[in-house]
Write a new protein. Sequence first.
Length: 256
Amino acid sequence: MNIKIEKSSHPRYSWELSAPKKMFGKRIREFHKTKADAERSKSALMKKWDVQNTPLDPKFAAVTARYQDEMTLEQFEDAMRDKVQHLKQTNRTFDDVQNEFVTELKRLHERKVHGKRYWKDHKNGLARLAQKLKKSPKDDGPLLRDINKAMLDDFYDNELEQGYSPRTIKNYIDYLSALFIWATKKGYVTKNPARDIRLASYKPEVHILNADQIQTLLNHACWYTKCWILFGAFGGARSSEIGYLRWEDIRMEQNE
C-alpha cells in the first residue's frame, strides 16, 4: 500500500496527499499548503496503518480471549483506554504531591493572592490527611492516581465511626479537592474524585459563651490565643478579621 504526496493544482494548497481505499476502508485525499505539512500527515497515517496491521502478540491475544464473551468490542476498548490513561498519570505519592501543592500555596500567599490562614489551613489539613490515608506509620501512602471515590467513601465512613464531625470531614474533602484541581491543571491526574463524594448537610449549632466560660478559656490559653479570644469576645471581630489585623489598626489612646 502506498500513501502518495504529489503537487496539487489547487489554487491555495500546493500539495496533495492520497491513500487508497484498501488501506483505511475509504479513500483519503488531503490538501496541504506546504510539503512539510503533508509529510507530517503521511507519518500519522503510516503509524495508524502499522497499528492496524501489526500482528497481536500471542500472550496479549490469550488475555483478550478471556474477556471477549464478557464485553463488547466498544466496552473492551473503553476499558483499555481508561486503564492507559490511569497508568499515564503521575506515579508520585499523595504525600509527595501535597507537599508540592502546599509549597505553591505558600508562594501564592507571598504574592498576596490569598491569606496566610488559607495556606496554613491547607498545609495542616493535607498533612493530617496524608497520615490518615497511610495503612501504617512506615507506609508511603497511596499514589495520587490511586485515590478514587471508593477510597474516599471508606475514609468518610471511618472518620464518622471514630467520632469526627461532618464539618471536620468536609474540610478534609475540600482541601483534597483543591489539591486535585491544581494537580489536574499540572497534568498529574485527569479527574478530581473528591467532587464525586456526597457530603452530609451540616449546620453547626451556635452557642454564646458566658463570662465564666470565657474566663476558663483565658486561664488555659497562651498569650497569642488570648488575643484572639479577647478580640472575638469583646471586639465582636470574626476570626478572618482578627487574622488581618495590624498594629496600625490598634489605637490605644482611643481604646479602639
